[in-house]
Structures are given as structure tokens and as C-alpha cells.
Design a protein around this ligand. Structure first.
Ligand code: E4P
Length: 217
């Protein structure tokens, strides 16, 4: 399972990279705005800065909602760095743009996926990644993890190569449940990733080992 961090905050990206388990980054226009990154030049420079920190894929979202605009923006984004994945919304023109970029060998991430039907069409269009937002589904009392299971089944039925990128991860158990179901990737906050590290018995055990070592030396 690949681990992506879902932020545009450079300090957090650096910190996650230092853990040694980071495979990439996802951003979106809201995350960029949260960091105060506005204006095309600043946004483009910010993507370049993220690519310098991490080794893996960096999703950069288009703002246009028409095919021509998405192609124009996506090409500019992809030209920034080979790590860039063009992130496209799950709408008619987004799917058309996804097919366009897949045919050209440019990596894509179809975002804002909330149903298995949307996931199926994203795979048909050759998406590299497809992002179901599980936390946002849970927020409206709909089973986000259930959606991941449905998509896993459909993709396995036909051997689709599109990777299921479980997005809108809210906590550590989301990561564990997605891992059990077989999501290919998860993107979430550093706090959720760090939650995987902790166990009180580890801390108790280590304290005892160190105390016993001291006794013998
Ligand atoms: C995914 O690529 C999105 O950036 C993200 O996971 C959205 O999560 P949210 O529901 O926490 O905004």
C-alpha cells in the first residue's frame, strides 16, 4: 500500500518524508488556499517545491472545467516535473481529459469520486489513480469503506490497472480498513499515519529493556 500525504504544507511534507515511508503527495485547490498559495506563478512554484522534497508522485489539480482548459492546464502542470500527476474532476470533460492524458502517457488522478459507477468510468478512461473520498461519504452517513470494497471487486473482476487511492482519510482506522480491503494507496494527514506507530506495550517494553540494560551495566 502506498502512503501519500494530503497537504500543501511544506513543513508537514518534509516531516512525512523524513519518516521514510512516504510515497507521494496529494493537493487540491482548498489545501493550496489554506497555505495562502494564490496566483498561478506561486502555485506552480509551490508544486515544484513539493517535488523537490518528495521522491514520489505529486497530484496537482486543474481548475478548468472544460476539456480544452483542462488539457491546457494539465500540460503546463505535467511539464513542471515528471513526478506531477494531473488531477482531474470526475465530470464528463474530466473523463475526456483523462483519456487524452492516459493516451499520451501522462499520469492522472480522477478526483471527487463518490460512486462505483464513477470509479468504473475513470478506469475505462485509463486513469492512473482514482480517488474515492471516504471521509466525506462517512460525513453524510454513507459507507465510505463499503465503496472502496465495491470498487476493489469491480477492478479485480476486469483486471483494471487504475489504482484505488482512498482519499479524505480522517483517522488511523480508515488506513487500516483500507489496507484490509486492498486499496492501492491512501492519502491522509500525517497525524493518521503517525497513529500507526503507537502502542503502549511498545513503550512499556522498551522502558523495561532499557532499565534492565542499565542494571547489568
Ligand atoms: C484527495 O485528493 C483530497 O485532497 C482529499 O483527500 C480531500 O479530503 P477532505 O475531505 O479531508 O477535504
Amino acid at each position: 500500500m502506498k502512503f501519500f500525504i494530503d497537504t500543501a504544507n511544506l513543513d508537514q511534507i518534509r516531516e512525512a518524508q523524513e519518516r521514510g515511508v512516504l510515497d507521494g503527495v496529494t493537493t487540491n485547490p482548498s489545501l493550496m488556499a489554506k497555505e495562502g498559495i494564490t496566483g498561478k506563478e506561486n502555485i506552480m512554484n509551490h508544486y515544484k517545491a513539493i517535488c523537490e522534497i518528495v521522491d514520489g508522485d505529486v497530484s496537482a489539480e486543474v481548475i478548468a472545467t472544460d476539456f480544452e482548459g483542462m488539457v491546457r492546464e494539465g500540460e503546463e502542470l505535467a511539464a513542471l516535473n515528471p513526478q506531477i500527476v494531473v488531477k482531474l474532476p470526475m465530470i464528463k470533460d474530466g473523463i475526456k481529459a483523462c483519456k487524452y492524458f492516459s493516451d499520451k502517457g501522462v499520469k492522472t488522478n480522477v478526483t471527487l469520486v463518490f460512486s462505483a459507477g464513477q470509479a468504473l468510468i475513470a478506469a475505462k478512461a485509463g486513469a492512473t489513480y482514482m480517488s474515492p473520498f471516504i471521509g466525506r461519504l462517512d460525513d453524510v452517513s454513507t459507507d465510505g469503506l463499503g465503496l472502496i470494497s465495491e470498487i476493489r471487486l469491480i477492478y479485480d473482476n476486469y483486471g483494471f490497472k487504475t489504482q484505488i487511492l482512498a482519499a479524505s482519510i480522517r483517522h488511523t482506522m480508515h488506513i487500516m480498513d483500507c489496507a484490509k480491503i486492498g486499496a492501492d494507496v491512501m492519502t491522509g494527514p500525517l497525524k493518521a499515519i503517525d497513529g500507526l506507530l503507537n502502542h503502549p506495550l511498545t513503550d512499556i517494553g522498551l522502558a523495561k529493556f532499557l532499565a534492565d540494560f542499565k542494571k547489568g551495566n
